[in-house]
Write a protein that binds this ligand. Structure first.
Ligand SMILES: [Mn+2]
Length: 470
């Protein structure tokens, strides 16, 4: 079997149905996956209803209608197949489109779900939106105009972060988008975030990947750095965004940063990355002009319980839904900043192999992980960070989020594996995610021992890599 075989099997099932219920995840990848699937299915004359969930658990399973519609799970489901079986989902009437670690399950007659999961074939750098797109394209070539959404989902799930570019099958999806004319590739450009909306000094100061002496973490100094090389704020005191610089100005900035890094003996290997630009989006709606900022907008919709707004934007709404989402994004940013400042001000506890902090019920549990990721570059980025908070839906439970950086992954750390293993040691725990970012829900009373377990497992991961390579 191959991924293509699985895609064809799912397509055959879809062709023989006229009603579908999609159950998708609330993040940028889940929202763009849903938007791809809905449009592809509607074009086939199939009626679709959608549900967005934060995670698949017995509580959210209740939201799935008990009817004869074909159920399509996207960006979730692979790791919860036993739960789905136990809840009576029919294997022949259920499709799972996912990229998380799969745990297959069989019903009493030995049947399994129809699963399309790129990870099952070793494609680690493709997200659910990528798989959804391949399926949509198999259904009808007309769906190549959905490639842009697939790029957004993949970027939202950070599929480009390790290699600083999209790779593998997603690279081919990118070619589709470029051929379709609504995706532009800026290859080997400066590795900064916010190229369409952030004032340049801020973009430079808060690059996750570059530690530029005299620039990083200090927007004011970053502004002075720019002025020293002859780049000044335009029109009053407004700083340009990266996208607005001329080619020559960009080169001047890049070469000055290289000089600065080399002069201080810093690593230059993560200085350049690919950017994915959407030239058809209006400059007045700048948050939609590139894939990473578009993904941020979708994430903020999901995190604040309005995933359907993100879905409307994916389907082309540039009026009501966009304005509302922009408003939410501003709120989202200020809340994440609050989390980050709380973490850096309060300080974290340091164990041998990780940092941790408990923020109680101070912040919505949907954004603490992002805040922790941002705080990490201001703390000790050598160690993964674990953050705990109260579960908003069930106060007897604690939500755990972990984040780390690519350099740490390269040393053998796998947060998904660490949390899954630690969850296996205690009743009532569930966890999953990715090597670089993972999460879990655990009963409150096991918090203390859980932290110790995770720290020990991460220590073992380091030791294992050392055995293999040292
Ligand atoms: Mn995903």
């Amino acid at each position: 079997m191959s991924l293509d075989d699985d895609i064809r099997a799912a397509t055959d099932t879809i062709r023989s149905t006229d009603e579908v219920t999609i159950i998708s995840h609330i993040d940028a990848d889940g929202i763009s996956s849903e938007a791809i699937l809905v449009q592809a299915l509607n074009r086939q004359g199939i009626t679709v209803r959608s549900r967005f969930v934060r995670q698949l658990d017995p509580l959210t399973l209740d939201q799935i209608p008990d009817d004869s519609s074909l159920k399509i799970f996207s960006d979730l489901g692979s790791g919860q197949q036993q739960l789905l079986m136990d809840n009576g989902l029919d294997p022949s009437g259920t499709i799972i489109i996912d990229h998380h670690v799969s745990q297959p399950a069989k019903n009493s007659s030995g049947d399994e779900f129809i699963e399309v999961n790129c990870l099952n074939y070793g494609y680690e750098k493709m997200s659910a939106a990528g798989v959804s797109y391949l399926l949509a394209r198999e259904i009808d070539e007309i769906n190549v105009d959905l490639a842009k959404l697939a790029i957004i989902g993949n970027i939202g799930d950070m599929m480009d972060r390790e290699h600083l570019r999209l790779t593998g099958p997603v690279r081919e999806i990118l070619q589709d988008g470029m051929k379709n004319g609504d995706v532009e590739l800026w290859e080997h450009d400066l590795n900064i975030y916010g190229i369409s909306t952030r004032p340049l000094p801020q973009s430079l100061a808060y690059s996750d990947d570059m530690d530029i002496p005299g620039v990083s973490r200090d927007p004011e100094s970053a502004g002075k750095f720019l002025e020293r090389i002859g780049i000044y704020p335009s029109r009053g005191n407004r700083w340009q965004v990266w996208e607005e610089l001329t080619f020559e100005e960009k080169q001047r900035v890049s070469s000055s940063i290289i000089e600065q890094l080399i002069a201080h003996g810093k690593d230059t290997s993560r200085m350049f990355s690919d950017h994915y630009i959407f030239p058809d989006e209006d400059r007045h709606q700048a948050s939609l002009r590139n894939a990473s900022e578009f993904a941020t907008l979708l994430n903020s919709c999901g995190r604040w319980q309005r995933p359907e707004l993100g879905g409307a934007i994916c389907r082309g709404d540039r009026a009501g839904a966009y304005l509302e989402a922009e408003h939410m994004l501003r709120n989202h940013r200020s809340k994440i900043r609050e989390v980050m400042l709380y973490i850096t001000d309060t300080g974290v506890s340091e164990l041998s192999h990780m940092l941790y902090i408990h923020v109680g019920g101070r912040f919505p549990d949907t954004i603490v992980g992002i805040g922790a990721g941002m705080a990490l570059s201001r703390l000790n980025p050598e160690k993964p960070i674990l953050i705990m908070c109260e579960d908003s839906l069930d106060p007897s439970m604690t939500k755990v989020s972990m984040r780390t950086r690519p350099e740490v992954i390269n040393k053998g750390v796998d947060l998904q594996q660490a949390l899954s293993m630690a969850c296996g040691l205690h009743e009532g725990c569930s966890g999953g995610g990715h090597r670089i970012a993972a999460g879990a829900f655990i009963p409150r009373e096991v918090e203390g021992v859980f932290i110790e377990d995770v720290n020990r497992i991460i220590a073992e991961q380091y030791a294992q890599t050392c055995q293999d390579h040292c």
